[in-house]
Design a protein. Structure first.
Length: 263
């Protein structure tokens, strides 16, 4: 019987560790990010999610273990190198200029220009058209891309950032708690566009502390606690109830319940 060849992950971490002096931020964490899949990383504050993001985004280098991109072992030296390798990170505190229009923020730092010499200037018409069409391709129908991006809701700003990453050729999209400060309706809007990025063939890393949001869209689930990986599931190997239980502390929660019971 012929075995199906193992797919090469876009990004793969194997037993990755990171220490800051005597502080263990990450220890023995493994995960895979595949094209057309969403890998969810869950954990409370202090679990190591931020450190994991920084390693994938090229802000920090890992101390132990291996990081592979397209099967090639590597150490990312900077965020620019990560971008050049197709890894785009959208942080919770979005790097936008609130008073600038949507199209200006969409192309911020990558503005196309036209003309030559002293007559060279930004191609504003192209940026307006491209922003509108790219947002529409992701299912985001903004009536006016000239409106300041600060007038959009938090969910809409997250969606613009996702569409921007797709437009500029990201293969891997890392999302840092995109629904953390949003209500139920806006969270649903963001998750819809996260799924749209997956359907466009991107590998998505969704960082979250909300197992319900993760289970709505996730294909793989990695649970972190105090810098260590406590679980690694595929969607068909875990239920939402079990994922929620593990996220809430599992046996620790049972012990606490027992201690709090009245005698």
């Amino acid at each position: 019987m012929t075995k199906t060849p193992r797919r090469t992950a876009l990004v793969e971490l194997s037993d990755v560790s990171k220490h800051y002096g005597n502080v263990r931020a990450l220890e023995g964490v493994s995960l895979e990010v595949h094209a057309g899949e969403i890998t969810c990383v869950l954990g409370d504050n202090g679990a190591g999610k931020s450190t994991l993001i920084k390693i994938i985004a090229g802000l920090h280098q890992h101390d132990g273990g291996t990081l592979r991109i397209d099967g090639e072992e590597t150490r990312l030296a900077s965020p620019r190198e990560a971008l050049d390798r197709g890894i785009a990170t959208v942080y919770q505190d979005l790097a936008v200029v609130p008073l600038m229009p949507v199209w200006r923020n969409f192309f911020l730092g990558s503005e196309p220009r036209k003309g030559t010499g002293p007559f060279k200037r930004m191609d504003v018409d192209l940026m307006r058209r491209t922003t509108h069409s790219e947002l529409l391709r992701m299912g985001i129908d903004l009536r006016d891309v000239d409106q300041p991006i600060g007038t959009l809701s938090g969910g809409e700003r997250q969606c613009v950032a996702i569409a921007r990453a797709v437009h500029f050729g990201a293969k891997v999209l890392v999302l840092d708690e995109p629904t953390a400060a949003l209500g139920v309706k806006q969270s649903g809007v963001v998750l819809k566009y996260v799924a749209a990025a997956r359907d466009q063939g991107l590998g998505v890393v969704l960082i979250t502390h909300n197992p319900h949001h993760a289970y709505l869209v996730g294909d793989r689930f990695v649970l972190l606690k105090r810098g260590s990986m406590v679980a690694n599931h595929t969607r068909d190997s875990v239920t939402l109830d079990e994922l929620t239980r593990q996220m809430a502390g599992g046996n620790d929660l049972d012990d606490l319940r027992h201690e709090l019971q009245r005698t």
